[in-house]
Design a protein around this ligand. Structure first.
Ligand SMILES: Cc1cc2nc3c(=O)[nH]c(=O)nc-3n(C[C@H](O)[C@H](O)[C@H](O)COP(=O)(O)OP(=O)(O)OC[C@H]3O[C@@H](n4cnc5c(N)ncnc54)[C@H](O)[C@@H]3O)c2cc1C
Length: 430
């Protein structure tokens, strides 16, 4: 079996590492060397979930376990006319490491294990050329590479970004709760996220602004940094003062600054789900993985975690052996689709004005720590999350289920189970 993996982000790397463990030869192609990635601009700020960390342990690349790299708590605050707030802690903790450290380390590990990594900038033509000497070409080159595959209109309701993003690594922000992710939803305005992060310069904070297009935060998100850093910093502080004053109060204005000019991501992504496969040449098929298949707004922090999930699922399908034909591609896509569609639908629900049932769930979480804990657990279980918010009936059933569990008599139920209702939920298959 000769497998080409075109793209060395988290999707391509987790696939390559798993295939190697399963004894399948694969060549991994990437546009930049590990050193170039380390020196380059930030392209994202990824919080990696407990499930992704479990997959990393399986792959033998769980390199980041120091307390500084972990986020153990999460606070959710809804601002506006009906403000509410609750703790929705992730169990296990999220890992918060700059992909400019993470991805090069995984590439080097893959090479150290005997894997082949080729640094070359692929084009649509050279990807087609890979069909000449490979049995299967996996396209894992991110959003732009996805254009090789047809859009699935049934699952792609948007044709423009639903948020204008301005995320960066900052200094001068103090945490309310140690090692916590803060998520603020400001109806009609957007979302503000703060989370601890480790980059090459050490511990910093991610501050992510997600502006509703046309809303009051959009101009701030579009403020250029390079031309006038002071103006940029003042615009960000002004927005925080107006929309999330509690967070603004924890910022020391004298210390507050972007960590470096390359530590800022501005723009927007168009959420899209594609058909995951296409013919490349007579008898050779291309399969899309990660953002090349399914792009989501970062608001739910799912894209890289979904890419990792799909990579390990797809590796099992490949390891089962050829033929890598259309039927193989259809079956592999079907295997990953329920999880990916849950992410897409949940994320779409979060960028739309909140439904009554979502507000109901937030109110219930603010009033009842057991509901907050179950909601927190669902962040790492997209099908369960989508089930809990898809319709008013499903939200009611979710709340009844949680309340029933937390009210259950102690006999036969461990204390762990009663105080951590997520403990009974199904774990993701690896
Ligand atoms: C601001 C922001 C914050 C985010 N936060 C989170 C989060 O908290 N949690 C989460 O799970 N997700 C998050 N995401 C989403 C996440 O970054 C993506 O979903 C994830 O990186 C997709 O991985 P991938 O491997 O499919 O693609 P990519 O990360 O895009 O990797 C593609 C790889 O292919 C290479 N490549 C591209 N083109 C070529 C070419 N022509 N030739 C050769 N190689 C090529 C690239 O160099 C790169 O290494 C965030 C995204 C953004 C923008």
């Amino acid at each position: 079996m000769r497998i080409a993996i075109a793209g060395d982000g988290v999707a391509g790397l987790h696939l390559a590492l798993r295939l190697r463990q399963l004894g399948v030869e694969a060549t991994l192609f990437g546009a930049r060397s590990p050193e170039d990635v380390r020196r380059g601009r930030a392209l994202n700020f990824v919080a990696r979930s407990g499930s992704t960390r479990r997959r990393e342990a399986l792959l033998g690349v769980d390199f980041w376990t120091a307390p500084d790299t972990l986020a153990e708590t999460r606070t959710v605050t809804v601002h506006g006319p009906e403000p509410l707030s609750f703790r929705a802690d992730p169990h296990p903790a999220y890992s918060m490491v700059d992909f400019r450290l993470y991805l090069p380390a995984l590439v080097e590990e893959y090479v150290a294990r005997g894997g082949r990594h080729v640094v070359t900038e692929l084009t649509a033509r050279t990807v087609r050329g890979l069909a000449d000497d490979h049995d299967l070409v996996v396209v894992a080159g991110g959003r732009a590479a996805g254009e090789l595959f047809p859009r699935d209109p049934r699952c792609s309701p948007f044709d423009a970004p639903q948020r204008v993003l301005c995320g960066g690594l900052y200094r001068g922000i103090a945490e309310d709760v140690p090692r916590s992710i803060e998520f603020h939803a400001v109806p009609g305005v957007g979302e503000v996220l703060r989370m601890p992060f480790v980059c090459a310069d050490g511990r910093v904070d991610v501050l992510g602004l997600e502006a509703v297009p046309g809303g009051p935060l959009e101009a701030v998100c579009r403020t250029p940094y390079d031309r006038d850093p002071d103006r940029f910093h003042a615009a960000v502080l002004g927005a925080l003062r107006r929309h999330v004053p509690g967070l603004r109060e924890r910022i020391d204005e004298r210390e507050f600054r972007l960590n470096g000019p390359g530590d800022l991501v501005q723009g927007g992504v168009v959420p899209v789900v594609r058909r995951a496969w296409r013919a490349l040449a007579e008898g050779t098929w291309a399969f899309a993985l990660g953002d090349a298949w399914c792009v989501n707004d970062p608001v739910t922090a799912q894209g890289a975690n979904l890419a990792s999930y799909c990579a390990l699922e797809f590796a099992e399908a490949v390891a089962a052996g050829p033929p890598f034909d259309e039927a193989f591609c259809r079956a592999a896509e079907e295997r990953m689709r329920p999880y990916a569609e849950s992410v897409a639908q949940w994320t779409a629900a979060f960028v739309r004005p909140p439904t009554p049932q979502l507000l109901e769930l937030f109110r219930a979480a603010a009033a009842d720590p057991a509901v907050a804990a179950a909601f927190a657990a669902n962040f790492d279980d997209p099908p369960a999350m989508w089930r809990s918010i898809a319709t008013p009936e499903r939200t009611a059933a979710f709340l009844d289920g949680v309340r029933g569990r937390s009210a259950a008599p102690a006999s036969g139920v461990s204390g762990e189970r009663r105080t951590r209702p997520w403990a009974g939920l199904p774990t993701r298959p690896l």
